[in-house]
Design a protein around this ligand. Structure first.
Ligand code: ZN
Length: 263
């Protein structure tokens, strides 16, 4: 198959692209959105993997190291403490809001996301599958007790370096998935089911490199779904895209919902 790039669409005006996405959504019966960090950068949340992001400054703490080493746990919480205010203060942007609007109008079944920021829910999306967990909760690794991350942040700012569970003294960790930690199985199972059944995937703001981000849209495409990719940089699945958009996400999705009369 010929490698398709954004430049193949020079005859496609931007309006035509968003118009076509709108018509795909009208035709689809089980459309899903798959989102990555790119949709939240417009809310001021840096892509942790990009230059200047938290992960370029700190080595991410592997799950096994978190379990095994007090100094790894200290590093983990230092990093969390530093990024918390920014994450907590972020507000959903036009992209998040457009997806919530599509779901409310019955044009989108679910959002599958790699993001941990909770902004889809803040925007009003109801069915959100968080592959990498959520920063909106902390969890005891021993007894599963849940803690409000605001409370944990208060403790960190008060000088606690490694928060412990009030009930069992176990290690508390953000309810996000670390490197080396298994993805939540029930979430992954639902995501795979959706991608098998879907007839349209909107892959938004993800470089589609990290698994299962790479294989979920691919699986959908192989099952006959249409694939729309909206991302500022190239992805390994670009050659499979029915529509490939390099424009900003919020503006693009706003145009799409306008075409549908939903704005
Ligand atoms: Zn506990």
């Amino acid at each position: 198959m010929a490698k398709k790039t954004a430049t193949n669409y020079t005859n496609y005006t931007k309006t035509t692209m968003t118009d076509t996405i709108a018509s795909y959504l009208t035709e689809a019966r089980k459309a899903v959105a798959f989102t990555g960090a790119g949709i939240s950068t417009e809310s001021g949340i840096p892509d942790f993997r990009s230059p200047g992001g938290v992960w370029s400054k700190y080595q991410p703490v592997l799950y096994q190291d978190f379990l095994a080493s007090e100094s790894a746990r200290k590093r983990y919480w230092l990093m969390k403490k530093e990024g918390y205010r920014e994450l907590r203060g972020a507000k959903p942007n036009a992209g998040h809001l457009a997806l919530a609007t599509l779901e409310a109008a019955g044009k989108l079944v679910a959002v599958i996301t790699q993001n941990i920021d909770g902004l889809h829910q803040d925007a009003g999306s109801r069915r959100v599958l968080e592959l990498h967990g959520t920063s909106r909760s902390c969890v005891c690794l021993k007894c599963d007790a849940r803690f409000d991350p605001d409370l944990i942040q208060e403790r960190l700012e008060a000088g606690v370096e490694v928060p412990r569970c009030d009930k069992c003294n176990g290690f508390v960790k953000s309810a996000t998935i670390s490197f080396g930690q298994a993805l939540p199985e029930h979430v992954l199972t639902q995501a795979i089911e959706l991608c098998v059944q879907t007839d349209l995937v909107l892959a938004i703001g993800s470089s589609l490199v990290v698994e299962p981000a790479a294989s979920l849209p691919l699986q959908a495409k192989q099952n006959g779904a249409r694939l729309v990719i909206i991302n500022k940089t190239e992805t390994p699945l670009d050659y499979l895209a029915d529509i490939l958009v390099r424009e900003p996400i919020g503006a693009t999705l706003t145009k799409v919902i306008k075409h549908l009369g939903l704005a």
